[in-house]
Design a protein around this ligand. Sequence first.
Ligand code: HAM
Length: 426
Amino acid sequence: MAKGYQAPRGTQDILPPVSGQWHHLEDTFRQVCERYGYQEARTPVFEEAALFARGIGDATDIVSKEMYVFEDRGGRSLSLRPEGTAGIARAFVEHKLAGEKSAWKVFYLISIFRYERPQAGRYRQAHQVGVECFGAGGPDVDAEIIALNMAWYRDLGMKGHELRLNSLGCPACRPGHRQALTSALADVAEELCPTCQGRLDTNPLRVFDCKSPSCGELVANAPAPLDYLCDGCRSHFDALRVLLDGMELPYEIDPRLVRGLDYYTRTAWEVKYAELGAQDALCGGGRYDGLVEQLGGPKTPGIGFAAGIERALVALEKGGITMPETGAGGVMVIGLDEASRQRSVLLAEEIRAHGLRAETDYFERGLKAQMKQADRLGARWAVMLGEEEMASGEATVRDLMSGDQESVPLEGVAGWLGERVVTPAP
Ligand code: HAM
């Protein structure tokens, strides 16, 4: 036998019936975005590698260690996208979508690629849903996007998740904080882990995100950005909090919350789900008022978030939330002899034309085996055709949920079902 292949390390196959759960998460997300006035954007899976280096930051782990960079046959340096924001911002600039007093609001459902060490909840190909809003810089937009974020989890039935909020300041107040942080850390520099020692020069803020407990202790009392906010950032943050309180969205201020991407300014947030263990971030987002300009566009504020689908699924499962799987509902059309089998193929087609899922048996099996198949498929109805039905011109239709059964004229079965099964039963 030829050698078998396996999916690459850090990737997974999403197969039926689990793919139905993915649809549920994605459909719910689309509906939420629709309510908030966001429309879908699709950008390429790969971009110029330099876009991510510039947008996300050279010194970040994502860019320096985790990108899938490759040279194409034309010698261009490209990268599979490690996240969605940079590509969307590139499209915003490229298509000149900036306008006076106008907001560009988009959502996306994407695969992202990061060469990370795979573990529970961390993949090399992961999936995100996310939104980005360009052009509006006020705290009202921050509140609205955080509300959208939380509405998705609410609509999914998620429980036990926690919203953590911080402000990272802006180019006006950051240097003051950076200086205070670097001088505070200078005293303990030698005790920091080698990675954090390296961060002192390149990106000191990232020391807050170090997973090593000894670094955690060393930076526990280090100056936080929140204590160094300029007046503008402070009043933005206060106004956001008033709005979140007004919306009755619970949150916790986390002065040590920093993000793994460098483009953030002001508001930053994450939603955590403690039971996920080491990879407990369900999603992350924030404001990035300098990104568009950094990518060659006009000065334009921006804000967004992205949420992992894999992690949301695990959290829902841990919370005991049942989700629909592929294939629930629909009709099994059962033919019991040569003639009725032929008729069942045609009848299934008529039923599909009425918008319902219909399936037939491919293997000339008997009634019992076909009923089992109906059960496996999660069918809601079984339509049975045998010698008797063909002679009388009436199909036997069974509601598999209630067990009720009745005869329906063959010509009218599809319409009859169409009227009853408007949406597939859960
Ligand atoms: P991020 O925090 O890097 O932010 O990723 C957002 C979420 O994607 C994470 O909280 C996690 O749920 C999921 N995720 C990321 N990497 C992986 C992985 N390797 N395996 C499984 N899940 C993963 C961003 O990507 C930003 N672009 C978010 C954003 C949008 N900020 C502003 N706009």
